[in-house]
Design a protein around this ligand. Structure first.
Ligand code: F6P
Length: 549
């Protein structure tokens, strides 16, 4: 039966008519204990859904919808390695990347937990060589700089995590600096190359497919740069200055990366779910392998919760169904991610890929066009900065927006300098006060104020914008692991109910093919120009004219 025709969907439609009439002020007045009812804890995360436009009945109806769509069975399939990525005929086993080594998971007759831990051990040995200054460049000097080259899932996870966990540097004896390069146009790389010493620089080429043009273009530029400056033969350069991370060892070998310098993962790990694999190498370099394992343990903790908790208290499930409630029943199609901690600056960008590349789909698993909305538009920024940028729209614009507020409760508690920690702690409390104040105003509007007095219309706040607040006890590797896995499982749950495949990304392929054709025309091959639209052709001609100047 079509999703929107199902009894569960119809019941939610009817129910939404009642909720549409109520303001969050009414919901809090009618149920003063809702912050207890709708707040949940899993280890280091406290998740408060009470400022969502829901009542107890809503959650009941939403979990009915999830059950009617076989969510419990699909969760089992996900963890057991069934081919949930149907269009690519493979499992999606990112959860296996964080299984402890005493667990087993048999896929096609082989225990993949052994493979996972073998690669982690290989990565650990490389990390140790770099931390102990044993890894040396062509001149014999130890490597000091590591440039991670990748894009999308091969970049966003490690980049976000290294920023988030900047307070956990590994106490390695030999200092290393880790940089990230992703942009195809070479702008990040060219800036970096100006300041790096080639003989002390290691390039890590991270690409699941090892065919992504953005990454290969940067890798070639890096290779040329080091070759030109070193006067050493290519084999030596590749041996001492290049590590590859990929699910495609043949392509790494073809690039010239020796087997010793190859870290592997597998086609059953989606690119945007790959930071738990050796794609996390730069994370381990920055925080150390021990803490990288804490990150995995945090994610594993959320995995165990997701696979075993009843739907009614299963946090990723609740987050997912409340999202569906907002999107499909309250007609909200914009989702802002607002961390109140500068270390989480890259978290919104990470989620943009995780959510929109996964669930930005319009075709169901049985090849029908959906007749309901799927993934909303997700964007975000560090909350306090966003307050001075786009919060105006959240408070007084015409768009309905749902928000996720994310903040650690505790920070700066372990700084040695008593005075320094006090002032910084004050800053953290200041940020928290803004976080809580903003979600209040978004929810309750003018009513959040004790005395509204006579306020002109243009100064009024309507409120009723729903939000979830996620409080981490502290932003540790473990808690971050939990947080990321929470969103991963939310995405999966939504895909099950929307009946779409969250693990492919065909929507980005056509652009790549077209870029190839366009490149030939830009290089002067006119045979394809005839197939082009006049607008694009005119832009190309204008560009060629300007380049000739
Ligand atoms: O173009 C999209 C995409 O395929 C993402 O899904 C992926 O994370 C990114 O490109 C990078 O791909 P790769 O790791 O194969 O270089």
């Amino acid at each position: 039966m079509d999703l929107t025709q199902s009894a569960e969907w119809q019941r939610l439609k009817e129910h939404s008519a009642t909720i549409e009439q109520s303001h969050l002020n009414d919901l809090f007045r009618d149920d003063p204990a809702r912050q207890e009812r709708f707040a949940f804890r899993n280890q280091d995360l406290h998740v408060d859904f009470s400022k969502q436009r829901i009542v107890q009945e809503t959650l009941g109806l939403l979990t009915d919808l999830a059950r009617a769509n076989d969510l419990e069975a699909r969760i089992k399939d996900l963890f057991n390695g069934e081919k949930v990525n149907t269009f690519e005929n493979r499992p999606a086993l990112h959860s296996a990347l964080r299984l402890p080594d005493y667990r087993t998971l048999d896929i096609n007759g082989s225990d993949i937990v052994i493979d996972v831990h073998a690669q982690l051990s290989k990565m650990e040995r490389l990390v140790e060589r770099l931390h102990s200054a044993q890894a040396r460049g062509y001149s014999g000097r130890p490597i000091r700089n590591v440039v991670h080259i990748g894009v999308g899932g091969s970049d966003l996870g490690p980049l976000m995590t290294n920023r988030a966990l900047c307070d956990y540097p590994c106490p390695a004896s030999h200092p290393l600096e880790v940089f990230f390069v992703s942009s195809m146009d070479g702008s990040q790389l060219s800036l970096l190359l100006r300041k790096l010493e080639p003989s002390e620089t290691l390039f890590v080429i991270a690409s699941k497919s090892f065919t992504t043009l953005d990454t290969l273009a940067n890798a070639e530029t890096a290779k040329d740069w080091i070759m030109e400056r070193s006067n050493v033969d290519e084999r030596m350069i590749l041996q001492h200055h290049f590590v590859g991370i990929s699910a495609n060892p043949d392509k790494m070998t073809a690039f010239g990366i020796s087997e010793d310098n190859q870290l592997l993962f597998w086609d059953w790990v989606g690119g945007r779910y790959s930071m738990w694999s050796c794609i996390g190498f730069p994370i381990a370099l920055q925080i150390g392998m021990h803490r990288f394992r804490d990150l995995l343990a945090g994610a594993h903790c959320m995995d165990e919760h997701f696979r075993s908790a009843p739907l009614e208290s299963n946090i990723p499930v609740l987050m997912a169904v409340i999202g569906i409630w907002n999107i499909n029943f309250l007609d909200i199609h914009a989702h802002a991610v607002l961390p109140y901690d500068g270390r989480l600056a890259r978290f919104p960008a990470y989620l943009e890929q995780l959510e929109m590349e996964s669930n930005g789909k319009n075709t169901t698993l049985d090849l029908k066009s959906v007749d309901y909305a799927t993934c909303p538009i997700i964007w975000g920024e560090i909350g306090p900065n966003a307050q001075h940028a786009f919060y105006q729209l959240l408070h007084q614009g015409t768009e309905k927006v749902m928000c996720d507020f994310i903040a650690p409760a505790r920070r700066y508690n372990d700084i040695d300098d008593q005075k320094g920690s006090e002032v910084l702690r004050k800053q953290h409390i200041l940020a928290l006060s803004n976080c809580f104040a903003q979600s209040r105003v978004l929810a309750f509007g003018d009513h959040a104020l004790s005395d509204t007095g006579e306020v002109p219309f243009y100064k009024r706040y309507h409120g009723n914008q729903p939000s979830t607040t996620i409080l981490l006890d502290e932003l540790t590797p473990f808690a971050l692991g939990q947080l990321i896995a929470l969103y991963e499982h939310k995405v999966f749950t939504q895909s099950v109910i929307w009946r779409i495949n969250p693990f492919d990304q065909w929507g980005v392929e056509l652009g790549k093919v077209m870029a190839g054709e366009t490149l030939s025309v830009l290089h002067g091959d006119n045979s394809l120009a005839g197939q082009m639209d006049p607008s694009t052709l005119a832009l190309i001609n204008e560009t060629l004219k300007l380049q000739d100047k």
